[in-house]
Design a protein around this ligand. Structure first.
Ligand code: AP5
Length: 184
């Protein structure tokens, strides 16, 4: 049973590493960014509301995210574990997740915090070129990360769930370090 949260700034490699690990453990990789982009692409009511926030690099309002995640974590494929990528993103979302997991009688094993210098993040994201990967939006995403998401590092460190990994090395090296740190 593996239940992990991936934490880190935009471009740190959360999606890359979370997907790899989820595939090797045969558990779902739950990326709030991917779910929202899918909703936007399908033009659903949620996607319509989320679109402008994503385009500006702002967080989508908690009210939308919390309902979405309650529904996702109640699906049957989460029974044997999961990897959360991009959620929680602020202290309100973290508190909500605590309550939800208590209701589901589940516990997060580890929070994997990927650390990468800003200049490397910007270079990686500009090289990838997603619609929200313009220089201006990347800067805003980094600010939002520092203001709202980075406080979760202490939140999970205080609960002794945090493992920090140096993410500025090859993808394979990062995977190896994560596996070592979480004992897989
Ligand atoms: P989201 O999709 O979560 O984006 P993000 O956090 O900005 O993270 P990224 O996906 O850009 O980066 P990543 O760390 O996953 O890195 P990746 O592996 O892709 O969120 C987007 C938006 O959705 C938010 O701005 C917000 O609007 C909304 N949102 C999402 N969740 C929300 C929530 N909970 N609440 C409210 N709003 C929410 O790698 C990046 C690039 O680097 C890739 O090209 C990859 O190939 C490359 N790379 C990865 N690892 C390495 C390596 N070791 N060496 C070299 N290159 C590497």
């Amino acid at each position: 049973m593996t239940r992990l949260i991936f934490l880190g700034p935009p471009g740190a490699g959360k999606g890359t590493q979370a997907k790899k690990l989820a595939d090797s453990c045969a558990i779902p990789h739950i990326s709030t960014g991917d779910i929202l982009r899918n909703e936007v692409a399908q033009g659903t009511p949620l996607g319509t509301k989320a679109k402008s926030y994503q385009e500006r690099g702002e967080l989508v309002p908690d009210s939308l995210i919390l309902d979405m995640m309650r529904e996702r974590l109640n699906q049957s494929d989460t029974q044997d574990g999961w990897i959360l990528d991009g959620f929680p993103r602020n202290v309100t979302q973290a508190g909500f997740l605590d309550e939800l997991l208590e209701q589901l009688k589940q516990k997060c094993d580890r929070v994997v915090n990927l650390e990468v210098p800003d200049e490397v993040l910007v270079r990686r994201l500009l090289g990838r070129g997603r619609p929200d990967d313009t220089e201006e939006v990347i800067r805003r995403r980094l600010e939002v990360y520092r203001e709202q998401t980075a406080p979760l590092i202490d939140y999970y460190r205080d609960r002794q769930q945090l493992v920090s990994i140096e993410g500025d090395r090859t993808m394979t090296e990062v995977t190896t370090e994560i596996k070592k740190a979480i004992d897989l």
